[in-house]
Design a protein around this ligand. Structure first.
Ligand code: NDP
Length: 447
């Protein structure tokens, strides 16, 4: 239920942004949490802080023409939504996936504002991407696409303005092509203009691992707060991309047994515990499907085509693929199967009905804004290293990441307590992130 004033703001968001259902969902989730903040801080309403936060500072939509390997011209659409720069330069990844449209980019950019605030680091919120589908494209096609994309994007970004990174379909290879084109056009070696770079050209240790590792650290803290740990627990991770692979790696190091993961073709069930070396070979090196993992791993491992991994019972669920992948029915099945904790590695992977079911069942639920903030936090550390022309060791960087995740966890719990919702990480993350941005906006005047 929304407080009356918030309901009218939400109605306005619906009418100003027709058809953008993921954006509506992301806004609603935040508005549902912040009623108690408005009661305590009437100055936010007086200055229309919420209305301003819901309207991006700038939205850029552009044509991306490129030539495929047959010499045929292809046209895609590019986006960059610069949502909020009260705390620092816009910061957020680029997603290349055929489902990308303005509503997806705006939902991701909106979430990013609060997530970035929670890290305590000086970064604003933004997001971008394209409806380009990298699947089945050669490396040269991907390079030509990235070069064309950056040929427009370069004029809008910069280390003090807007700093993109990767997301679905944009890994280190794509970041390299994008940075190379930026450098070529601007004649500037401006390392801090993009994060997720390779280690040989200004990248930071632990950035590749950061989102997954960070999510595992966050869930470890949630389990600790309930007097338990990962030790020996059955864990299911969805996806088999950047976030999923490094979630699996850290969960295994922390003693959990990851028995299943998925990709867009289906899922694998490996009761002995996933062989991460083999999984990385299949997904990261060969860029193939999960049936190849099952085939090579042999005995007792099954590949289930076209079904949801959330039908596998587990004690800890770590959705790390895409938005709205855990439906209300999936959540019910997970609760019945003995799930005690959920950590969102992906952005908004649990549908609103699913969140309600988890929370009512007393499952510890770590929303993406908090649980997957390790990626962007380590990106901010990459910017810090680029600015000081320094590079930190793996151990030091991982330690910084762990401290940041523990701080975010503590802040969520403290904020939830302060507003009378003990243990509610969703409220803690939304209120904590919102207050920080709102206070900065008040101080900066009418921006
Ligand atoms: P990747 O492209 O590396 O991996 C995505 C994985 O999810 C792939 O295994 C892909 O399958 C699967 N997948 C994607 N879309 C679908 C779909 N519609 N249905 C089923 N499976 C799907 O992306 P990331 O790991 O970087 O991102 C995963 C999630 O984490 C996203 O929600 C992203 O926004 C979020 N995130 C990422 C961060 C980062 O640092 N990378 C930071 C914070 C959040 P396939 O292998 O078949 O393509």
């Amino acid at each position: 239920m929304l407080h009356e004033r918030l309901a009218s703001i939400y109605d306005n968001v619906l009418s100003r942004n027709p058809g953008e259902i993921e954006f509506h969902q992301a806004v609603r989730e935040v508005l549902e949490s912040i009623g108690p903040v408005l009661a305590k801080h009437p100055e936010y309403a007086e200055s229309k802080i919420i209305e301003r936060i819901c309207e991006p500072e700038r939205q850029i939509i552009f044509r991306v023409p490129w030539e495929d390997d047959r010499g045929e011209v292809q046209i895609n659409r590019g986006f960059r939504v610069e949502f909020n720069s009260a705390l620092g330069p816009y910061k957020g990844g680029l997603r290349f996936h055929p489902s990308v449209y303005l509503g997806i980019v705006k939902f991701l950019g909106f979430e990013q504002i609060f997530k970035n605030a929670l890290t305590g680091l000086p970064i604003g919120g933004g997001k971008g991407g394209s409806d380009f589908d990298p699947k089945g494209r050669s490396a040269r096609e991907v390079m030509r696409f990235c070069q064309s994309f950056m040929t427009e994007l370069y004029r809008h970004i910069g280390e003090y303005t807007d700093v993109p990174a990767g997301d679905i379909g944009v890994g280190q290879r794509e970041v390299g092509y994008l940075f190379g084109q930026y450098k070529r056009i601007t004649n500037r070696y401006e390392s801090g203009v993009i994060t997720g770079k390779g280690l040989s050209y200004g990248g930071a240790q632990v950035r590749t691992e950061a989102t997954g590792y960070g999510c595992a650290f966050f869930v470890e803290e949630m389990l600790k707060a309930r007097g338990t740990s990962f030790d020996g627990r059955r864990v299911v991770v969805s996806g088999a991309g950047n976030v999923a692979l490094y979630t699996i790696e850290k969960v295994q190091q922390l003693g959990g047994v990851v028995i299943a993961c998925s990709d867009s073709s289906g899922y694998i069930l490996d009761e002995k515990g996933i062989d991460l070396g083999l999984l990385k070979q299949v997904k990261e090196v060969e860029r193939r499907r999960l049936d190849v993992y099952a085939e090579r791993r042999g005995d007792g491992v099954s590949f289930v085509s076209g079904r949801s991994v959330w039908e596998v019972p587990c004690e800890v669920a770590m959705p790390s693929a895409t938005q709205n992948e855990i439906t209300g029915r999936d959540a019910e099945a997970l609760v019945r199967g003995g799930c005690v904790a959920v950590g969102e590695g992906a952005n908004m992977p649990t549908a609103p009905e699913g969140i309600r079911i988890f929370q009512e069942a007393g499952v510890a639920f770590g929303p993406g804004k908090a649980a997957n903030a390790g990626g962007v936090a380590t990106s901010a550390l990459e910017m810090q290293q680029n600015a000081s022309r320094d590079s930190w060791t793996f151990e030091f960087s991982e330690q910084r990441l762990r401290e940041i995740m523990c701080d975010i966890h503590a802040r969520c719990l403290e904020t939830a307590d302060e507003y009378g919702m003990p243990g509610d990480y969703v409220a803690g993350a939304n209120i904590g992130g919102f207050k920080q941005v709102a206070d900065a906006m008040l101080s900066l005047g009418l921006i």
